[in-house]
Design a protein around this ligand. Structure first.
Ligand code: SF4
Ligand code: SF4
Length: 100
């Protein structure tokens, strides 16, 4: 199974960072299209596809592929997550952080 990260869907909330037992996930140095730092896997070869990170992501920015096809996760209803659902929150978070 291969992990797929959608950087423009990522809000930079950091929930998945703490979920990864191998500490493979980090926020990028640069911003995505929404102006927030996005998730990167620093060592994809070590990923065990445990899918903890996917479960923690409420923005739908992480999923897994097998033979280039998304592998369903019955615990997550991705259809319920609108495209760029997290982007508004991410932009809001950034605006708040900039204002402080
Ligand atoms: S699938 Fe598991 S090992 Fe891989 S990045 Fe996510 S939490 Fe880490
Ligand atoms: S949980 Fe999702 S939205 Fe939050 S940092 Fe990780 S990939 Fe991005």
């Amino acid at each position: 199974m291969e992990q797929r990260l959608n950087k423009d869907q990522c809000t930079g909330c950091g929930n998945c960072l703490t979920a990864c037992p191998l500490h493979l996930l980090h926020l990028s140095a640069e911003d995505n299209c929404r102006g927030v730092r996005f998730i990167e896997n620093i060592d994809p070869q070590r990923c065990t596809a445990c899918r903890r990170c996917e479960l923690m992501c409420t923005a739908g920015a992480i999923d897994f592929l097998e033979n280039d096809q998304p592998v369903s996760n019955t615990l997550i209803d991705k259809q319920a997550i609108p495209p760029h659902a997290g982007c508004y929150l991410g932009s809001l978070t950034k605006a708040l952080a900039d204002a402080i």
